[in-house]
Design a protein around this ligand. Structure first.
Ligand SMILES: [Zn+2]
Length: 508
């Protein structure tokens, strides 16, 4: 609602309440001991000449009606202004996305958005279309709209790095928020509560999860973007070292058992999981029944049956998994195992003709087994049921245009000793200062670090005997496992990532 109508409404409400209050006070002042209400009213009316009373009453009613009409009018007006079509959605023709572009196109979008934002009467619809186009074009994971003291900054998160996109005028900002809320079917009138929704796109390949949070400067918005883009989810291009990839692909052809991923939030586990599922789909064709249970569903995949956890109290990982098993799945992807019940049903599923992917929160690949035993899984079941545990981390990768060789420093040595490496490994190592191509950041994109613990015969015996994580780790190393740190150092030596970034992500 515009500011003028809000203050006019407040004025009217104040005037009306003053009037009602005055009349009530007058009536009360006339009440004597033993006086009836009728007598009281008659006395009050008798005291004031009838004409002013009638005028006051009618003008009071008039003012109340006028304030009501003003309120309805303002809401209708705001709806008319934001909804430009019969269906509030982002049309495919409005979405100018060239997929696979990197941040090189950021200056172009900065110019376009800056141009719209500084117009005499900026069009919020056009502005929002360009914002999401910019996000999808550059493969951004999120768009942030941060209201501040005297301007609103809009930033994009691309491969984990934040880039400024445009500054908006605080007068324009509420219209932009309203447009996004209309697209996401959220309440435009409530500005004092957190809200969540999904942007509507004509093209079903795009999704945008909107989250609105009230702050002291207005509503802060975050839009999590995802596009159905098979190129990103190609198992061959997720950055797994070749020998590991070969083993992983071989395990994907199994009919039952468990493949577990571990690593902090945002380490690329979902990408690996879905790339694996799509690989199975490609190899086995339409005859394979792939189901998932996610919290929440980030991206829609064709041919994969996805269910969301946590929408209602009855839909938990455990209850969902139990009913899912009655739906005859071949491959199951379970977002996370975090309680006993889910752990046990998952283990049973993995031993009765289903290939199951899941994530378990643990410090390392070897520590996953101990964690599952804590959750009540029998060690002998673990030994036979689990094929492999994959640990994953993401590192910012160096800009190939401005990276330069840089020898390791004493600082590196100190950090490396902390993660158990006595001497600084052979270089060369690299850093980057920033250039036009990387927009001064020194980084473009990200690389994954992988470690895969493949359950060999020797390890199977040790897991069954409930041996501690450090001994499992040592045995896995003897059986040829490459650690996260080793994979990281290899990438650092080839100039893909800086040494400090490897140390930081591996020690986290
Ligand atoms: Zn650069």
């Amino acid at each position: 609602m515009p500011e003028w109508s809000r203050s006019a409404r407040n004025l009217v409400i104040r005037a009306a309440s003053l009037l009602i209050g005055g009349v009530a006070a007058l009536l009360l002042s006339r009440t004597g001991p033993g006086g009836t209400l009728t007598g009281m009213v008659r006395d009050a009316l008798g005291m004031i000449p009838p004409v002013p009373v009638a005028v006051a009453l009618w003008s009071g009613i008039g003012l109340l009606l006028a304030s009501l009409l003003a309120r309805i009018g303002a809401q209708v007006w705001s709806r008319l202004r934001t909804d430009t079509g019969p269906l509030p959605l982002v049309r495919s023709t409005d979405l100018r996305v060239k997929p696979g572009e990197d941040i090189g196109r950021l200056p172009v979008f900065r110019r376009i958005l800056g141009g719209i934002a500084t117009l005499q009467r900026p069009d919020p619809v056009k502005l929002v279309n360009e914002l999401v186009s910019a996000g999808f074009s550059m493969n951004a994971s999120d768009i942030h709209l941060n209201p501040g003291n005297d301007s609103v900054s809009v930033t994009l998160r691309v491969h984990g790095m934040l880039y400024d996109l445009v500054e908006l005028d605080p007068v324009l900002y509420p219209h932009v928020v309203r447009r996004i809320k209309v697209l996401a079917d959220l309440s435009t009138f409530r500005r004092d509560i957190p809200q969540d929704g999904h942007l509507r796109f004509e093209d079903g390949n795009y999704t945008g999860r909107v989250s609105v949070m009230p702050t002291n400067h207005g509503e802060r918005l975050a839009i999590r973007l995802s596009a159905c883009n098979a190129a990103i989810l190609d198992l061959d291009s997720i950055g797994m070292p070749a020998p590991m990839l070969e083993t992983h692909k071989a395990l994907l052809s199994r009919n039952q058992g468990m493949i577990i991923l571990t690593g902090p939030t945002g380490s690329g586990k979902s990408t690996t999981m879905f790339a694996s599922l799509l690989h199975i789909q490609e190899i086995r064709g339409d005859s394979v029944n792939i189901v998932t249970m996610e919290d929440p569903i980030e991206t829609d995949f064709k041919g994969i049956h996805q269910s969301q956890i946590g929408r209602s109290p009855g839909m938990t990982f455990a209850s969902g998994l139990r009913s899912l098993l009655r739906q005859d799945p071949d491959i199951i992807m379970l977002g996370e195992i975090r309680d006993d019940e889910t752990a046990q049903i998952a283990m049973r599923a993995a031993m009765t003709g289903h290939l199951l992917f899941t994530t378990v929160h643990a410090g390392s690949t070897a520590a996953v087994f101990g964690r599952l035993i804590q959750l009540g899984i029998d060690s002998s079941q673990l030994a036979t049921g689990v094929h492999s545990v994959i640990s994953q981390r993401l590192c910012h990768s160096l800009c190939p245009d401005c990276r330069v060789e840089s020898p390791p420093t004493e600082e590196h040595g100190k950090h490396l000793r902390l993660i158990g490496l006595e001497k600084v490994p052979e270089g060369p190592f690299y850093t980057a200062a920033g250039c036009d191509r990387c927009l001064g950041k020194g980084f473009i994109g990200r690389r994954s670090l992988f470690e895969m613990l493949r359950v060999t015969d020797r390890l199977r015996d040790m897991i069954a005997e409930n041996e501690p994580a450090h001994r499992l780790h040592r045995q896995a190393r003897e059986d040829g496992m490459t650690t996260l740190l080793e994979h990281g150092l290899e990438l650092a030596r080839s100039g893909d990532v800086p040494l400090m970034e490897v140390i930081r992500t591996v020690s986290a």
